[in-house]
Ligand binder design. Structure first.
Ligand SMILES: Cc1cc2nc3c(=O)[nH]c(=O)nc-3n(C[C@H](O)[C@H](O)[C@H](O)COP(=O)(O)O)c2cc1C
Length: 462
């Protein structure tokens, strides 16, 4: 039976997660404070190596439940995309390339409650303070939909948003991608940019917001492609930008042309309170939501949730790009030790002399945030820091195998970069020659016998 848009909602996805594993959703009925408590629960669980979806029923002062940590675990990305976990990175690229145009509806559940003009008040939503260094309460799960001022193509991208008043948000376009480019062009004409901000949808809506494709791609078509059915959208109420009718909450407004105000500091994926911001301002013109809306938050800072939301799309994008030029590239990882943003590990099957350098240079050109790329052979597990460091320890000589490109454009949020510039390092940790010693291995029959023995003594989870 084909699935409709009603099957692609945040609530239907949480039901699906719970049906697959009842322990994967923790419904917390005890009252918690709006500020700090939600982040503290998620971070304490992370310290214990646990990552359930968190559903807070009783946030003091609000009747709207708060849901977070949906993306704290890669299994749920795969479930959202409808693919096996081990194929997540490859299938993300394949499904992301599929385009299905959205269909226009007059209205939908998102219009259950609509507030416009003077009645707009952001404090009616449980927007919270996450870390004690934050400048204020932040929307962390806002997907901004904007239209290219020249072509009308729709872009979807995440941007942190600081609440500055009942109808005022501060934001940062620091990743300097499509919305930043739109805004530069709008400002040259002195025009505001109308936007629709989605808060809470099916994971495929989130993935559309994270998709990094050409600027000519309409990202509502990407979401449709990932769902396998057209996304149902309706015209904006106060702005000429359409919204998905099955979202939980939608905010409409305008990014003001040539207006800048201090924004931040905010706890970022780097693990620091970041004061760096492009300091854009959004004036909110409407808030709408379902009658029983869920408020969906993403745990910011260097949480597993935030960093894996950065890693998964980048791994997919980089693997796909490298594969078109270098088919013997086998895997890509953005390790958490590199904030899932600044470092990448790439494995290659039997690289020809000099190929590792080219693969690394291509990666640096593709992703401006990268400042270290380590290339290893495909017997090394790029998802395991120790394995990569072992390859560096035993296959690399610093005077031969390291190259540094100085003064490249880098991630603004890297606190060590200088005025936007950073050094880029390539480490070739592949076997230096064909007659290099073999890695020691175990007899596979002995391994199977050992596993049987261990299971008999300690059980399956030993
Ligand atoms: C939780 C989260 C928060 C983000 N916050 C910001 C932000 O505040 N500013 C920004 O420029 N990019 C931010 N990003 C990154 C962009 O949303 C991301 O690079 C996006 O893919 C850009 O879309 P585009 O390539 O279609 O322009 C964030 C990403 C995530 C996952």
């Amino acid at each position: 039976m084909s699935r409709t848009n009603a099957d692609f909602t945040l609530r239907s996805f949480i039901d699906q997660v719970e049906a697959e594993d009842p322990d994967a959703v923790w419904r917390i009925r005890d009252e918690v404070n709006l500020d700090n408590d939600v982040t503290a629960v998620a971070m304490e669980l992370e310290r214990l190596g646990r990552s359930p979806v968190l559903w807070f029923d009783a946030v003091a002062g609000y009747s709207m439940p708060v849901v977070c940590n949906l993306f704290g675990n890669r299994r749920r990305y795969a479930l959202g995309l409808g693919v096996p976990t081990e194929r997540l990175i490859r299938d993300w690229g394949i499904l992301g390339d599929r385009r299905i145009a959205p269909v226009m509806r007059e209205r939908g559940p998102i219009h259950d409650v609509v507030v416009t003009g003077k009645d707009v008040d952001l404090s009616t939503l449980p927007i919270m303070l996450h870390f004690d260094c934050d400048a204020g309460r932040y929307i962390t799960n806002g997907i901004v939909i904007a239209k290219d001022p020249d072509t009308g193509v729709r872009n979807a991208s995440f941007h942190r948003m600081q609440v500055k008043g009942p109808n005022r948000l501060g934001t940062s376009l620091h990743s300097r991608r499509h919305l930043w480019t739109y805004m530069q062009r709008s400002e040259e004409r002195g025009e505001d940019a109308p936007v629709t901000i989605i808060l809470g949808g099916h994971p495929t809506v989130t993935f559309g917001g994270l998709w990094k494709g050409p600027i000519t791609t309409d990202e509502y078509e990407v979401i449709g492609g990932m769902m396998g059915t057209p996304l149902e959208i309706a015209p904006g109420i106060t702005v000429p930008v359409e919204a998905p009718i099955h979202a939980e909450i939608v905010i409409e407004g305008r990014i003001l042309a040539n207006v800048r105000e201090p924004e931040g500091p905010f706890a970022e994926f780097t693990g620091y309170a970041s004061k760096r911001s492009t300091e854009h301002v959004i004036e909110v013109t409407a808030i709408m939501h379902r009658k029983d809306a869920l408020y969906h938050d993403i745990i910011p800072g260097i949480s597993d949730e935030h960093t894996s939301l950065l890693a998964v799309p980048q791994e997919a994008r980089l693997l796909r790009m490298l594969h078109t030029h270098y088919p013997n590239v086998t895997d890509v990882a953005y390790p958490k030790s590199g904030t899932c943003r600044l470092h990448a590990y790439i494995s290659v099957h039997r690289p020809a002399p000099g190929l590792a350098r080219l693969v690394a240079a291509a990666a640096l050109g593709d992703d401006l945030s990268l400042k270290l790329v380590v290339v290893v052979d495909d017997d090394v597990d790029v998802h395991n820091d120790s394995d990569v460091l072992w390859a560096m320890a035993t296959r690399m000589q610093a005077d031969q195998d390291i190259d540094i490109l100085r003064n490249g454009m880098g991630a603004i949020l890297d606190p060590s970069n200088r005025d936007g510039l950073t050094a880029k390092m390539i480490i070739d940790a592949t076997r230096p020659s064909k007659d290099f010693p073999d890695r020691h291995t175990l007899d596979q029959a002995a391994v199977a016998r050992a596993q049987g023995l261990i299971e008999g003594k300690f059980g399956r989870t030993a």
